[in-house]
Design a protein around this ligand. Sequence first.
Ligand SMILES: [Zn+2]
Length: 109
Amino acid sequence: MNKKLSEKLTSRIAELQKQIAQIGPVMRGSIVKLASKCGNLNCRCAQGQKHQQFYFSVSKKGKTKLIFLGESKVQKARTYSDNYKAMVAILEEMTDINMQLLKNDRKIK
Ligand SMILES: [Zn+2]
């Protein structure tokens, strides 16, 4: 690898590290809308018109964890989840670059 490319990649790594530091809270998983009954027998949901409500879902070791969000927490959950995706994208790019650097740098033993 030529020196110029190596320097370019190294400075890209530094840039990505800065980006990681700026990412806010992260949360892996996704927002899902589920239909449910509230339990009130006089409610429309008892007649089959179930309530559509937002939940946050994440799978861990093959098990799905679910928490209730409601309308009020959806935006926050979406932000955390988007941050997670941004973080993963950065980590993937860093992985590619670092592999390239390690593979080609003959000074590293
Ligand atoms: Zn109901």
